[in-house]
Design a protein around this ligand. Sequence first.
Ligand code: BTN
Length: 253
Amino acid sequence: RYYLKTKTLGKNLIVLDSVGSTNDYLKHLGSEGCENGTVVVTHEQTKGKGRLGRSWTSERDDNLTFSILLRPRMAPKDMVDITPLTGLAICQALRDYTGLDLKIKWPNDIILGKKKLVGILTEMSAEFDAVEYIVTGIGINVDQTTFPDEISHKATSLLIATGRHYDKNRLLAGLLGRIEEAFVRSNLALSAETISEYKKLCASIGKSVTFKSGTRSISGVAVDIDEDGALKVMLSDGSLRTVNAGEVTVQGI
Ligand code: BTN
């Protein structure tokens, strides 16, 4: 709190010792009317959630684990812009703080080489045609020295990558500042400018990707990000497919 220089994000800051999931906790507060910009951060998550029903696990204090609640006036369909905007802001900020060549794996993992450093999960509550609130949850691997066998080939931490311990309070304050700046500047909508910044840092473009469509696995080459933040993939027959986040898992960078 001492370092926090934001106007909105984290003004209401809730620090927990241990919780199932900061996203679930904040969704509960959201349904009870907590204010725009409320942030929940925890030392430990016992039921952390990843995208597409996966789990997000880490040992106590190894991960910077927090969620942000927003109450934007927007249509539910426009919430897809929040995750790429958040991912871009975090990627740019962490590049500045660490000097690491961090990239974005579409749609919103932040990676170093082929290894994941940050995951983002955005959830929404909407009523009729209006967003009631949005919760964006962020998990950053900070102090891990090792990972469980299943993920050790595809995960890294700031400690592993830089040999340094980053102060999690300062990191959180700095990131909330950068995220708020990005939200204010963009008015929470992707613009041509933010898409072009995103593309510069997106490791997926030009790479082979495989995505699932229903039960089928489809392979192609990622060629572009469109104005909605969707991935354009060229298939082997030369046709283009638009892949939306949320529907698919993408293999390969
Ligand atoms: C992913 O990469 O699949 C998304 C991971 C998101 C993890 C964060 S940690 C804080 C917040 N609370 C959760 O339960 N999940 C998100």
